[in-house]
Design a protein around this ligand. Sequence first.
Ligand SMILES: [Zn+2]
Length: 119
Amino acid sequence: MPDSKTYTGGCHCGLVRFECTTDLAMITACNCSICTKKGLHFAFLSPKSFQLRAGEDNLKEYLFNKHAIRHQLCVDCGVDVFARGNKPDGSEVVALNVSCIDGVELAKLSMTPIDGRNR
Ligand SMILES: [Zn+2]
């Protein structure tokens, strides 16, 4: 398992900023409609490992399908920075768009295929 590290990141225009701690051990490469169209790759964090540092008021919520995942988009640049949801046991989870981590290189991350399209 990779070690947990603290990362900073944010949306494209910079109004939304976060800090998070994660080992990036599981990153989704999901074939569902939104992940495919937006090129989203998520890492799942407990809410206490994710702090929104700026831009709380600059977020717009995007809901679709069963409204189980509440996507948080920057109002200005439109980037889907993270999403809030609940695990099957009801506990809260933050799905972080790893592309929003400062300096991230997607090609160097190992991805886990998820068959979201058929769920
Ligand atoms: Zn933005």
